[in-house]
Design a protein around this ligand. Structure first.
Ligand SMILES: O=C(O)CCC(=O)C(=O)O
Ligand SMILES: [Fe+2]
Length: 292
């Protein structure tokens, strides 16, 4: 942490900044984990082919499943300040949040500016009133205007920002490894063009409402034999938790039963309801039984 604020004060500040501007950069937030992660991912970038398509970028390399590739990404995914801020922002729209994706991005010299977009565009729903996603981009190399630092359109988020016909001029999210570039799912942005002679590397970690289809297929990226080695909170973020009521269950139970040492035999379905639903259903059931 770069300041003397408590994690909860820092999270509150981050929420305020995100609601106000749609983005915020935490400078010098987690340098040690990022440097170790950058070393682990170096060979994976080398072996990964360039993307196809103009959104992913033809002079760009991307790969996901980062929790399988480096143990250091867990520290970033579970960063207490960021997680607390994300839960505050998304918690009004869901029972629990989930990981939406982890993705490493390497932008090569000669890459053009990415199509400006909002990450929430992948889902069709009411626009602006409830955030669907919060994205964190962790630079692995310095991000400069010249090498393709992300272009972010301030105040392009939420109902008012999305109603603007012209989002105005973007800022270039210039910062060093260890910083966290945070922006909302409704904030317009895109990777910058790389005019330099060096690659620009970063890692995206995004979180979404827990009832949405995540961008990355979490159960294929992290099947039970992989996820059983995760800390419980990480496993829950990566799909091994039910979203009440009963969403994402396995045989009517929490999918985390698949992470136990012994494979479960036949299991019965167990309600996983929100307290208000549990109360309403229980009261109804009591009345029905009494009426017999
Ligand atoms: O790498 C970047 O700067 C941003 C990439 C991005 O916004 C995306 O791929 O959705
Ligand atoms: Fe994006």
């Amino acid at each position: 942490m770069s300041t003397d604020r408590t994690p909860s004060e820092a999270a509150g500040l981050l929420v305020d900044r995100l609601h106000d501007a749609g983005y915020h950069i935490l400078h010098g937030h987690a340098a040690a984990a990022v440097n170790a992660l950058a070393r682990d991912l170096e060979p994976v970038f080398a072996e990964t082919p360039f993307c196809e398509g103009d959104f992913y970028g033809r002079r760009t390399k991307r790969f996901g499943s980062l929790l399988r590739r480096s143990r250091h990404i867990a520290d970033l995914v579970l960063d207490p300040v960021i997680l607390s801020a994300v839960k505050t922002i998304l918690g009004t729209g869901c029972d629990r949040i989930q990981l939406n994706l982890t993705q490493a991005v390497e932008i090569h010299p000669g890459e053009v500016r990415q199509f400006p977009h909002r990450d929430q565009d992948m889902w069709r729903g009411a626009d602006g009133t409830q955030e669907y996603l919060v994205n964190i981009l962790w630079p692995l190399t310095p991000f400069t205007k010249e090498n393709g630092a992300t272009c972010i359109f301030p105040k392009s988020h939420g109902v008012a920002g999305m109603a603007k016909a012209d989002p105005g001029l973007p800022v270039h999210a210039e910062c060093d490894p260890g910083s966290a570039i945070c922006f909302l799912g409704s904030t317009a942005h895109g990777a910058g063009a790389n005019f330099s002679n060096e690659v620009r590397r970063g890692v995206l970690v995004s979180y979404s409402l827990g009832w949405l289809k995540p961008y990355e297929n979490l159960w294929l990226a992290y099947p039970p034999d992989v996820a059983r080695h995760f800390a419980p909170e990480l496993a829950a973020l990566a799909g091994y938790a039910q979203h009440r009521p009963n969403l994402g269950n396995y045989e009517g139970q929490c999918p985390s039963i698949l992470l136990q040492d012994d494979r479960p035999g036949p299991v019965g379905a167990v309600d996983a309801l929100r307290p208000d639903q549990a109360d309403a259903v229980a009261a109804f059931a009591v009345a029905e039984r009494n009426a017999r």
